[in-house]
Design a protein around this ligand. Sequence first.
Ligand code: TEU
Ligand code: CA
Length: 630
Amino acid sequence: MITRDSRVKDLLKNPIAHDVIGRLVQYAGVSESLILNPVVKNLKLSAVPKFAGKRVKDADTIVDTMIDLFNQEGGTRPVSPSSGKAWWKEAVIYQIYPRSFMDGNGDGVGDIPGLVQKLDYLHGLGVTALWLSPIFDSPNDDNGYDVRDYRAIMKEFGTMADVETLIKELHERDMRLILDLVVNHTSDEHEWFVDSVKNPDGEHGDYYIWRKTKGNTPPNNWNSFFSGPAWDKVNERDEWYLHLFSKKQPDLNWENENVRADVRSIVGFWRGKGVDGFRLDVINYISKTSLDDGNETLGGLLGFCGIEHYFYGKRLHEYLHELRVGAFQDAFTVGETPGTGPEMNKLLTADERQELNTVFNFDHLENLGKSRFDDYRYNLNHLKKCFIGYESDYADYAWPSVFVENHDNPRMVSKIDAREDYRDAIAKLLAVLLLTARGTVFLYQGQELGAVNVPFHDISELRDIESVNRYDTMISDGTSEKEAWQTVLRGTRDHARTPMQWDAGEYGGFSEHEPWIRVGDKDECNVEMQTRDENSVLSAYRALIALRKEHPALVYGTFEPFEANKEDVFCYFRDDGAERFYIEVNLCARTIRRPKQAAETELLFSNYIAQDDAMQPYEANVYRVEKKES
Ligand code: TEU
Ligand code: CA
């Protein structure tokens, strides 16, 4: 038990505290050496506020909130190692943003029949499952992440019959379907919310998080992730409701057991249709420990106020276990869990606890203390450090998910090095790291072509609510148009949301009609071109996926870093006893010395044609290691 009498160094022994400190280093750019400083280490927690002095005026509340958070797992037993094979551990899952994948009916918006036309392409690529960003009926304030009806299909995407066809066609190809379930919040047009507004004492009166206040100030100081306060007032009820995302995305009240029963019934409905798994949107936010004010210092560091009250809420594990036992059962689940750390993730995914199968950790997406809106060049040594963390001991207890792209992030190739000369090598380097990783692999549409960021001209070309709100807020706060635009352009989620580039046609082969969002560099980068080229990024992905499927060592084998302390190279072995592989990657744009490795090897894949003593910029190789006959 941690109390105000505990010392800072005791915190390092508490797994939850350890995670929280890791979060501060990753997201707030707090220096590790500050915490490890001998004077700080020996401070009693009660002395921290005084030590922090006037700079952190609310240090007392941080200390108390954190003590509660750390003690949350006070009596929790450590988890045992996880083992055993499963289809989802071996899966190469391809994420589709349905609005932008393929337009089947020529209205400029992607749809399910369009996707069905492309199943042979996906099967040929070798991916074994598809995750579809939300396809449910929605007013599209956040492109489907605001659900109006969980049992109906978004009109623009097609019909229930189309989805049934998709499931059948996938299963015939031995592929699986994973749906995106958004149940931290609904749309404000969902019938539950409409009824909740009208009938505070009715069946749905308590389905959302409503609070009264005196006057015109919101119930607390929390921020929405899409700018502005996380509360909005409804005059009809004379109350405020919580929305961590847009005001058209009210948060559900999970403390109400009818809400939880309804969510279980939605899961049952889709399992009945043959869906194989679920990606659970911001699932770690569902339990709100309290509605107290967020700590302003923490809020300032993290960019959003209030997170400490819901990113790892008191009842999170209870809700997830209830869902697993009562609804998911053997369906696959991957939780989107922004902000949790490795020890928390072990508790969320350990086999014996029956909560989730795996979670997305985001630490590797940005360098320490950086956000996607910052102006900086990504250093791949950080990715190495994170991947070593995920794939080593952690993976003995909690099966990782590995990915570098999704619909919420600019393209990874652009983040690392925007120079066209290196595009091909970096795209293939990422393919090597993912497809030889110990974890479930997630690819995002277009990644298999080496897609890069889109040179949008101005705010009128962007569609994403996050970008548009952020831009407007910056302008109204007095930022110049130029600076606001450059910031939003760096981080906009729309880089990943432009149409899939099938060929060099006017709209990239995506549609006959002008698409809902502009197209990227389809003349230089498209499926048709890369299919013909055996050295293309697409061909590399195909080869590496096939390699992974052929060799279980690349999935289940041990992960053994080699020369881990050397900067700018990332080398490791994968070994399942039967076979051994060696992976060797140059993480920088310089030619570097090739690390010496004694075993005899056979080269299976390289992103360069010829090899010599030095490693070329971003060179990445996969070798089979000759096993000595014993
Ligand atoms: O994202 C949750 C999330 O925390 C972020 O990655 C988010 O995209 C945002 O940029 C925070 O600054 C999930 C979905 O993946 C995202 O598309 C949705 O907009 C969001 O939840 C709300 O449902
Ligand atoms: Ca369409």
